[in-house]
Design a protein around this ligand. Structure first.
Ligand SMILES: [Zn+2]
Length: 413
């Protein structure tokens, strides 16, 4: 079952031309004209591969290949083709092209699956200025709420308006929902976006779980005073407290097992050098593959802020946003992927994903599993993102074999 790697190579090259010239890297930001054009091209590729396609109300491009047994649910494969601003050419894209190549490979081999096969290019996985990630898969899982749709960017432009601007129908978002009975399994091929596979010298990763994320907003209250006349030892400098908080996030995350922590912004209401900051705001996040660890990280930062406030004579309020709990990939399906890799002679290692994926939402509907292929230097979400075509080919082979193996397992309805 050899994939035609030329199809993937040419697809990667083509999509690398459907990008926003005003942004760095290979940018096809969700619901931009470039993203709309990219998804239209993907739909054409699906049809040429023999899939019946439709676009749902939030822009998911869905291709269907009927199976021999209409009484069993679908095997779903796919990923996304939108990118972060300044992103790369592989993130998500290899999972969509790889899924279409699975269909092409089956067609060439004259194999008809028992299960229906659905290929999805999920809309806007990477999120938007409205702060909603996984838009398409969330809608399919029935988890895209009115609150998500009314989320607005800094100018008041809502996610619903963004969807409408791209020609979609947010008022019908609930129609995107699939029933759990429709799906037998979800499989996603993706680049690792981290360094583990390259360091271990292994071509295939089987994802055990996807990290949960806790985001926070820290508001620091100090006292506005003259920068020239106020002695250092009596200042209530909100900016200094914020700076200490940034390093506390780094320290706490570095001390944990498999934990990471990042501060995204530090802002002050008085960006002046001759005034001591009265207010500062720090936003950031922690990630962990364990939900209980996320709770512990929250407690640690709260305790640390108590001490830091004491040091700077400030008072801080720490608010946690919604926590995305870790998503557990299905153990049986992970076993099927590992077996598929072994069948075609590839080593595989199990690892967790620090990045989030459409699989998190699809896991609400059905057993979900992910196949990772190496990212050069562990780099991703940057123009330098790279995965060797030989590794992508291995990944597509494992995806194809995994689909065949899932198809061979009788599905209970
Ligand atoms: Zn991705």
């Amino acid at each position: 079952m050899d994939p035609e790697i030329d199809f993937i190579q040419q697809g990667l090259s083509h999509l690398a031309t459907v990008v926003d010239p005003d942004l760095p890297g290979w940018s096809r930001v969700g619901y931009s004209e470039y993203d709309v054009a990219g998804r239209a091209w993907v739909a054409t590729q699906m049809r040429e591969a023999g899939l019946r396609t439709h676009v749902d109300a939030v822009g998911n491009v869905i291709g269907v290949l009927e199976g021999a047994d209409s009484a069993v649910p679908a095997i779903v494969i796919g990923s996304h083709t939108d990118t972060v601003p300044g992103g790369g050419r592989f993130d998500g894209i290899i999972g969509v092209l790889g899924a279409i190549e699975v269909v092409r490979t089956l067609q060439r081999a004259g194999i008809r699956l028992h299960h229906q096969l659905r290929v999805v290019d999920f809309a806007n996985e990477e999120g938007n200025a409205q702060g909603v990630k996984l838009v398409g898969s969330r809608a399919i899982a029935g988890a895209l709420t009115p609150e998500h749709l009314s989320a607005a960017d800094d100018t008041g432009f809502t996610l619903a308006e963004l969807l409408s601007s791209a020609g979609h129908a947010p008022e019908r978002a609930s129609s995107c929902r699939w029933d759990t009975k429709e799906v037998a399994a979800y499989l996603e091929l993706h680049i690792e976006q981290g360094p583990v596979l390259e360091q271990e010298g292994v071509g295939i990763g089987v994802v055990t779980r996807v990290c949960g994320i806790s985001t926070f907003v820290l508001d620091v209250h100090g006292r506005r005073d003259h920068a020239g006349t106020t002695p250092m030892e009596t200042r209530q400098d909100a900016m200094c407290c914020a700076a200490d908080a940034v390093l506390a996030v780094q320290r706490i995350a570095a001390a944990g097992r498999d934990t990471v922590g990042t501060v995204g912004t530090v802002t002050t209401s008085s960006p002046l050098t001759n005034v001591i900051s009265e207010q500062a705001r720090v936003t950031g996040e922690f990630r962990s593959p364990e939900g209980t660890v996320l709770d512990a990280l929250q407690d640690q930062l709260a305790q640390e802020m108590h001490r830091i406030d004491g040091r700077h004579r400030t008072s801080s309020s720490l608010r946690w946003g919604h926590t995305d709990l870790p998503a557990i990939m299905d153990g049986d399906l992970s076993g099927i992927i590992a077996d598929a890799a072994a069948q075609i002679g590839h080593d595989a290692v199990r690892l967790y994903s620090g990045a989030t994926h459409d699989s998190v939402e699809m896991a609400r509907l059905a057993p979900a599993g992910m196949i990772f292929v190496p990212s050069a230097g562990g780099r991703s979400h940057c123009p330098e993102e790279w995965t060797d075509i030989a590794h992508i080919e291995e990944g597509v082979r494992v995806l194809t074999q995994s689909v065949l193996n899932v198809d061979a397992v009788p599905t209970r309805r």
